[in-house]
Write a new protein. Sequence first.
Length: 349
Amino acid sequence: MNLLEIVGIHKNYEGKPLLKGISLSVSSGETLCLLGRSGSGKSTLLRIVAGLETADSGDVRWNGESVCDVPTWKRQFGLMFQDYALFPHMNVSENVAFGLRMAGMKKAETSSFVHEALELVNMSGFATRSVTDLSGGEQQRIALARALAPHPRLLMLDEPLAALDRALRMELQEELRELLHKTGIPAIYVTHDQEEAFVLGDRIAVLSDGFVEQSGSPEEVYKAPKNRSVAEFLGMSNFIEGKVVSVNPLEVKTEIGLLLPSNCLKPDVKIGDQLLVLIQTTGANLATRQGGINKINGVVSECVFRGDDFKVTISCHETIYVFSLSEHCEMGQSITIQVPDSSIVCLEE
């Protein structure tokens, strides 16, 4: 069941269109990640849902009823910003209790809600600590506890981990994912980091140029990006033009050889059509011989160790291709890479 519905939201900023008819939904217990570059309108959309900004047109509905005329504090949505916005003159407990007190909750009930929220984020022993004495990760947990304390019916998080170092960010991503599933609170999570979106999102919506370019599960979006723009944003760079020489099975002839894509997102493909092919970096292996289907011959221009694999860059027909391989390759070495069908996708455009 869709609890939140965002319907045809338009918003201009400084006379220019920022959001151009955004429609999305969030169902019960689901975390939707809004993924996009800076300036794509992610945070503005979140603020419109929260009631902090007004859309030029469109609607925001909860359980089928519009909340556009409902004040922010009455929407019962929790919001957590990137900078945490904690009050330095208050201790941890007072910060978490702030929104509850503003809502007129009695002291005894407030204390119970604060204790419960601090337990959820594993910070129950920090109630009397000054927030200025906390680390960045601890402040993040307190800000999250404050958003959770009023038992919101929707949780909205605007790049809450962006200011943290990589190791702590990865640790808190896992904690946050577990917490969201444990509480069952539907959530919208804004980020520009695709890895973070894949970890946290049950569903991802990629925003670009004011539109939702693609939405789906993390696996769907990663394995079958709709177009070049989405693929490039996800860090993919191996593109090549090809001509369809067979439809069943689909075979595409390119300057590097014959490719057999496992997935074609362009409808009604015919023999002779020109297609843009994406060769994904994962799943590739070194081949023992040249020639054949789904093989790329090239010269190694770079090989970088990344812990779990090697990022290998090769030059082929004056084009650069990048792959993740399990083996080290020498600079200047001529190699042949075998790519599985599942790593080859014909894009819609």
